[in-house]
Write a protein that binds this ligand. Sequence first.
Ligand SMILES: [Zn+2]
Length: 127
Amino acid sequence: MKLSKKIPAHTKTVEFNWCRKDFMVMCQKFRDIRSQSSNPMDSCFWCNHEFVDGEMMALAQPKKGVNKPLCQKCATLLLRGEEGEMKVVVVGTNQKDREKVAKVIKDKYERLAEMNEGLRGEEVRDE
Ligand SMILES: [Zn+2]
């Protein structure tokens, strides 16, 4: 006999100053330009969705760090949020699993943050 419930283990919150939902449309030209960069900006900063040609990309400025590309779904969530923040919650049935998942997310986030450092000082033009 047993009792089980899901317990939140880790919440990642990023606060933003602003979000522009219609930043620009993904296209081959943009891929060509960004392919020279350490951060190609070809996927959503938050959910890692890979942008396809013709897809509208959003851009948001976090309180810390450089501007981040977002997909429409995440931008909508961000704009809908009362305090302009996004959260990810990890649930699991045991402590070990929760720690493992939280670490993967933390590593992934830090790697993304490093990649985004490459954006500093670069210019991204609207078409
Ligand atoms: Zn997204």
